[in-house]
Design a protein around this ligand. Structure first.
Ligand code: TSB
Ligand code: ZN
Length: 585
């Protein structure tokens, strides 16, 4: 998809289209007051105060119609430069514009407004010369947006749109938008009954439905097995900790704005934890360790709570209650390279198992100039950063470097992916940490008997089960591989009266073989049930009638195909079991 913001021509066109939108809204809703209307990557929006009126998508066509009318009338767009006082006078009835103007310094910026016919708007410009230039546009959606993004302020209405120079580009873009909507995990998640949300539970707190719970359990089992093979030690810890725990870790000072507020119980003050590191530090510290014991890898599927802005929460991708596929690796300084390599190899292995190719490695390094953000130990930083680069080069992994993006406690490697809708997010992460073990005074006894501080590697391979599920639903468009599918086989009798018994036999047999199977014995037409099943995301649809019953065989169709295959029962069970066991794609 084109990045409108970065294309100079489209940027101006879309900005002018935002004014055209405001102009039309002012005609239709004279009480409208306007906050800001910037260009974004995917077009433009305008934040508008409409008083008591709340717009819905149904209102957009009439606004578009009015925009078309103004566009056709070919009104000149004129720039006017103003002194601060003139600007304040001109917009005196609009508290939003007054707010903007009062914060401007006229010695620093030229205050300008753009006028088209009976509409004038404060704006830096530049703009197209006439309203006629905006011919190929579309309003896309409307949503609520707090003034200045602050939940304590009034909720404004944000109308999104996009504008192109010609019809083909517009249509191409609309097609891509439709495709992205179809691929959006929130839609798939609803269609396949993966998760739901409810106001009574809260924003950003999705609930996993039975189908989603199956997917999640499979993911948990999958990564648990991998980690067991790599000698991880899995633990369970509570999802709260005392404020003192987070003061010790430093989160209370550095991460508080991302945390839920604390709660008092008797004499203790608790917080819902945003991360699991402090608990794992205490588990490491529970025993004495020799240099020979390291690395020690403490893993947990751990629930965390983070305050994410209400406008940022999104399906399973960005939640306020999440479950990390977390582990903290306690290593000696000389083991950093090896252990980091194992983590990267695990990431590569997992992405290969899921057939994922659309991702990028980002190596986040410190900005050596920024002495405030990064703790000062040049040698440690340089060694660590070089080690990470070395490993990546050794593995032949492509990556890009992001200077100044490291955490204050050490460099990290993230995997960045692009969701169907919205900006990139981090999936896997692997972070080096020199500080936390010091804060918890963790040690091991070195070969010479002296006490040393271990280095910690924080890593999450699937990130969170929440975000990973969102991503995998989008990548597969809901057609999950058989091993992950909530329902693996759907059995349809050709005729309920004659074939149900045989269908039940096959159903029981598949159940015995640990296949997740459903039997569609509804009194519906065969063709209807077949069509429904084949377009659903169930990998195998069995159709069983006289022929199959008499010969003790099964006939099946694959997801999305109309071709029928016939196999003996044993052959089918073997094929299916192999496919599930091998996690075939
Ligand atoms: C890896 N302490 C480390 C841990 O040991 C940590 O918490 N790192 S993190 O902050 O980067 O989070 C780990 C992963 O959780 C991220 O890589 C991302 O994939 C996922 N994640 C972060 N925030 C959210 C969220 N709001 N919703 C869903 N997943 C999230
Ligand atoms: Zn951690």
């Amino acid at each position: 998809m084109k990045n409108i913001k970065e294309d100079e021509k489209l940027n101006v066109l879309n900005h002018s289209c935002a004014h055209l939108l405001a102009h039309a809204v002012k005609h239709l809703y004279p009480q409208a007051k306007f906050w800001v209307g910037p260009v974004i990557e995917s077009g433009f929006y305008y934040d508008i105060d409409l008083g008591d009126v709340t717009l819905t998508e149904e209102d957009l066509p009439s606004i578009e119609k009015e925009m078309k009318k103004i566009s056709k009338s070919d009104k000149l767009i004129k720039r006017i430069e103003l002194s601060k006082q003139e600007a304040l006078d001109m917009f005196k009835d609009d508290e939003y514009k007054v707010d903007l103007i009062s914060r401007m310094d006229e010695n620093d910026t030229v205050i300008s407004a753009y006028k088209q016919d009976d509409f004038i708007d404060l704006c830096r410009g530049p703009h197209m010369n006439s309203t006629k230039a905006m011919k190929y546009f579309k309003l896309l959606k409307v949503s609520g947006a707090y003034w200045k993004g602050d939940a304590n302020n009034k909720m404004l209405q944000r109308i999104y749109g996009i504008c192109f120079e010609n019809e083909e580009d517009l249509n191409e873009c609309l097609r891509e938008i439709e495709e992205a909507k179809e691929r959006d995990h929130r839609k798939i998640g609803k269609d396949l009954s993966i998760f739901m949300s409810h106001d009574l539970v809260g924003k950003g707190m999705p609930m996993w439905l039975p189908n989603g719970a199956i997917v999640r359990k499979q993911l948990e089992n999958y990564i648990y097995e991998k980690e067991q093979k790599l000698n991880y030690l899995h633990v369970y810890t509570p999802c709260v900790g005392t404020v003192d725990l987070y003061k010790t870790s430093g989160h209370w000072d550095h991460y508080k704005e991302n945390m839920f507020p604390s709660m008092k119980v008797d004499t203790e003050e608790f917080v819902l934890r945003p991360m699991n590191c402090p608990h794992h530090m205490l588990i490491y510290g529970n025993e004495l360790h020799s240099y020979k014991d390291l690395p020690i890898r403490i893993g947990e599927f751990a629930a965390d709570f983070r305050y994410e802005a209400s406008g940022a929460v999104k399906g399973l991708e960005r939640v306020r209650c999440m479950c990390q596929n977390d582990a903290h690796l306690f290593v000696r300084p000389d083991q950093i390279g090896d252990e980091f390599k194992k983590v990267v190899e695990l990431i590569l292995d997992v992405y290969k198992d899921f057939g994922l190719n659309n991702y990028k490695f980002r190596l986040s390094l410190r900005d050596p100039e920024d002495k405030e953000k990064y703790f000062d130990d040049d040698e440690m930083w340089n060694n660590a950063e070089n080690k990470l680069r070395e490993v990546l080069n050794e593995l032949g992994v492509e990556y890009f470097e992001a200077i100044g993006e490291a955490a204050f406690y050490g460099p990290k490697l993230d995997v960045e992916v692009k969701p169907a809708i919205g900006p990139e997010v981090t999936l896997s992460t692997c972070q080096l940490d020199f500080l936390l073990p010091r804060r918890f005074e963790l040690t091991y006894v070195d070969s010479d008997g002296s006490k040393k501080t271990p280095v910690v590697i924080h890593r999450a391979i699937l990130g969170t089960f929440d975000r990973f599920t969102a991503f995998i639903l989008e990548e597969t468009k809901g057609a999950l591989p058989t091993w992950l599918s909530p329902v693996q086989v759907n059995i349809i009798p050709v005729n309920n009266e004659y074939h149900l018994e045989y269908c039940n036999e096959i159903f029981d047999l598949l159940k015995e073989n640990n296949v997740r199977v459903k039997l569609d014995d509804r009194e519906e037409k065969l063709n209807y049930k077949m069509r429904e099943s084949v377009i659903s995301k169930v990998p195998y649809t069995l159709i069983l009638g006289d022929k199959e019953r008499d010969a003790k065989t099964i006939s099946y169709r694959l997801r999305g195909s109309n071709e029928t295959f016939n196999l003996s029962i044993d052959e089918f069970i073997k094929k299916l079991s192999d496919e599930i066991k091998n996690k075939s794609l």
